[in-house]
Design a protein around this ligand. Structure first.
Ligand SMILES: [Zn+2]
Length: 420
């Protein structure tokens, strides 16, 4: 399968909740390009984020196009309809060229027994001893194993096929990039499961260019990876090998690569990831969402005066509203409420105290991951402020933009793709 529209080897998904930072985000990609490393920017926003912020998909494309014009960016960029499903995809048809098909809800719904049987008969190569280049230990699988995995995932892949064909019927095949995402579910997909999933994706004729499995460990929003780094590194390497194998064994795009979701701030795995990419020549998509919004708050707080006052107000309201703000993100945050400072305490903070608590600096004694995660999901508070919040972003634009660019380049693109 080939695609007219091809995603580059390295790509980075950025979120821009309030559509004010596209230029500052793009500047980070320009800095990487100046170092000789091409990282394609992808602006992503899900139906959920649009609903919370009260924005429309067209605004994401408009902001991206404006940034591209202002910075004279001549390389590719994309706009990702993030985590869409059949019932939410239509509003993204005109403004997106990248579709993340979220089929996690269908995982584990048992597939029809006849379909499972047909799948295993179509794929005798998946049963037995599987030697995959790049994986030390061959997979040993029985027919029953493959039946179990197929039964768990065939419904999800079938759903991805339905969404893909729907988008293709509206936009035309080859005119968009397809990602299949299975990350928002409880149990991780092991490398052998990923192989079964990819063979099913090929059967379904979905020209996926990225696939987002759920990896082992916790990928909480805006904070570091929580889990066994050595285990992650092994699985990540095995997943890369499985993808290379699937691309040669099945009809899948040759640029198919992994997509890591909730990928911001996973500092402890960036070096292992970079090593694996260097060793294998594989590509990678990393998707982040709220990290830019946190840099807006950092920039406002750092500026003192009205900016700091607004940052404190957002924290105070978020604290009052903690239950409602956290509910949609329960699976991807881990806040220790005993560690959250009171509103009164935060009222008395200097700019340095506020940014010290918020900034993700593991070496700093002031860093408070619980406060950071609460603010991460607290963007609804700023959304409710509407114009008042946007005016502050504009008033403190230089400090905000500087934090956005530096965070993306120094703390993400550099350790992931450049090193040193
Ligand atoms: Zn995701």
């Amino acid at each position: 399968m080939s695609n007219a529209l091809r995603l580059g080897r390295y790509s980075f998904g950025v979120g821009d909740r309030f559509a004010h930072q596209a230029k500052a985000q793009l500047r980070a990609c320009a800095q990487a390009a100046a170092r000789g490393v091409e990282v394609t920017p992808v602006w992503n926003k899900s139906h959920r984020e649009h609903t919370i912020v009260g924005s429309r998909p067209a605004s994401v494309l408009a902001a991206a196009q404006a940034a591209v014009r202002e910075l004279d960016w001549t390389k590719p960029f994309h706009v990702d309809a993030d985590h869409i499903r059949l019932d939410t995809v239509d509003e993204f048809i005109d403004s997106s060229d990248f579709y993340t098909l979220d089929v996690a809800d269908s995982i584990g719904q048992p597939a029809d027994a006849g379909e499972v049987r047909a799948f295993v008969e179509r794929h005798p190569e998946l049963v037995g001893r599987l030697e995959i280049p790049g994986i030390a230990e061959p997979f040993e699988t029985t027919r029953a194993d493959i039946e179990r995995v197929a039964s768990k995932y065939l419904k999800a892949v079938g759903e991805a096929g339905r969404i893909y064909r729907h988008v293709a019927s509206r936009k035309g095949e080859g005119n968009f990039i397809t990602e299949v995402s299975m990350d928002e579910t409880d149990s991780p997909q092991t490398p052998p499961e990923l192989l079964v999933i990819l063979s099913a994706i090929a059967d379904e004729r979905i020209p996926a260019q990225t696939v987002a499995p759920k990896f082992t460990g916790r990928f909480n929003k805006g904070v570091d990876y929580v889990g066994d780094v050595a285990q992650f590194e092994k699985e990540f390497g095995d997943d890369i090998a499985v993808i290379a194998h699937a691309v040669s064994a099945y009809d899948l795009p040759d640029n198919l690569k992994l997509s890591v979701h909730s990928g911001s701030d996973k500092f402890s795995i960036y070096a292992p990831v970079r090593r694996a990419l260097a060793r294998t020549g594989a590509g990678l998509h990393v998707k982040t969402a709220g990290t830019t919004w946190l840099e807006e708050i950092t920039g406002l707080a750092e500026s003192g005066g009205e900016g700091l006052r607004l940052a404190k107000e957002i924290y105070a309201v978020a604290l009052d509203d903690i239950e409602a703000l956290c509910a949609p993100y329960a699976a991807v945050i881990d806040i220790d409420r005993a560690k959250l400072p009171s509103k009164e305490e935060v009222q008395g903070w200097t700019p340095g105290q506020f940014t010290g608590a918020l900034r993700h600096d593991l070496l700093s004694e002031r860093y408070n991951p619980s406060l950071r995660q609460l603010l991460h999901v607290g963007y609804k508070v700023a959304a409710r402020m509407g114009e008042r919040y946007l005016r502050m972003l504009e008033a403190y634009e230089p400090a905000v933009a500087r934090n956005v660019t530096e965070n993306l380049y120094e703390r993400h693109l550099k350790p992931l793709f450049i090193g040193g």
